[in-house]
Design a protein around this ligand. Structure first.
Ligand code: DC
Length: 211
């Protein structure tokens, strides 16, 4: 069971991916963490975020385990990740590790921006998770507040819109739904309802009924 989940920032794709992975008892890779960890490495070394050669070298050296999620999930790191993620060499450096993860014999769930389009176009189940920018900003503000960050809703909404524009507007693997992805709009859904809807999509794709 290989499931590819894509969508914009704070669409709920991470929560869905984790729930689906637990449900099907397969490993989950949050690929955003790879870009966040790359950005953190670039910042720690004092390089510029736009320095493609250095960022790609840091990306190549990443291990897929032991991320300092507390730090990586900050607002600052989301922004920085979106900048390094637009660099083609960085994306190239991270492709193989993601594909290896996706090729695990028992299956896997991966979530990101280009999983269905670039990393695993062969995945039998592709879900494009979306929600209105205002709903996503509300969720992100709650999450950041829960982690003790000071939040200003207008600034979070601004961030979300900026990140959408950068992630969808870049030329290297821009955020978009694969042609055969099913779109799941979670604007009006709580976590349970979104999970139930995702499960229906997976079941339909995995065992299509003909006729
Ligand atoms: O999903 P996230 O918010 O943790 O992702 C952080 C940034 O990383 C996001 O703004 C764009 C980038 N990203 C990407 O370009 N491709 C992915 N597969 C995952 C994340």
């Amino acid at each position: 069971m290989l499931i590819a989940i894509d969508g914009p920032a704070a669409s709920g794709k991470g929560t869905l991916a984790r729930r689906l992975a637990r449900h099907f008892n397969v490993p989950h890779l949050d690929t955003g963490l790879l870009y966040r960890a790359t950005a953190a490495g670039v910042i720690d070394k004092g390089y510029r975020l736009e320095d493609g050669a250095q960022a790609a070298s840091i990306a190549r050296g990443l291990a897929l385990v032991d991320f300092d999620e507390e730090r990586l999930r900050s607002r600052e790191m989301g922004e920085a990740a979106s900048v390094v993620a637009a660099i083609p060499e960085v994306r190239e450096a991270l492709i193989e590790a993601q594909r290896r993860f996706a090729a695990r014999p028992g299956g896997a769930v991966l979530d990101g921006r280009d999983i269905g389009t670039v990393i695993c176009p062969e995945a039998p189940v592709k879900i494009f998770v979306t929600a209105s920018p205002e709903t996503r900003a509300q969720r992100r503000a709650l999450e950041l507040a829960g982690r003790g960050e000071k939040v200003d809703f207008a600034a979070v909404l601004e961030d979300i819109k900026k990140r959408d524009a950068r992630d969808a507007g870049r030329s290297a693997a821009p955020l978009r739904a694969a042609a055969d992805a099913v779109t799941l709009d979670t604007t009006l859904l709580d976590v349970e309802a979104a999970f139930a809807a995702a499960l229906r999509i997976v079941q339909e794709k995995a065992a299509p009924t003909h006729g």
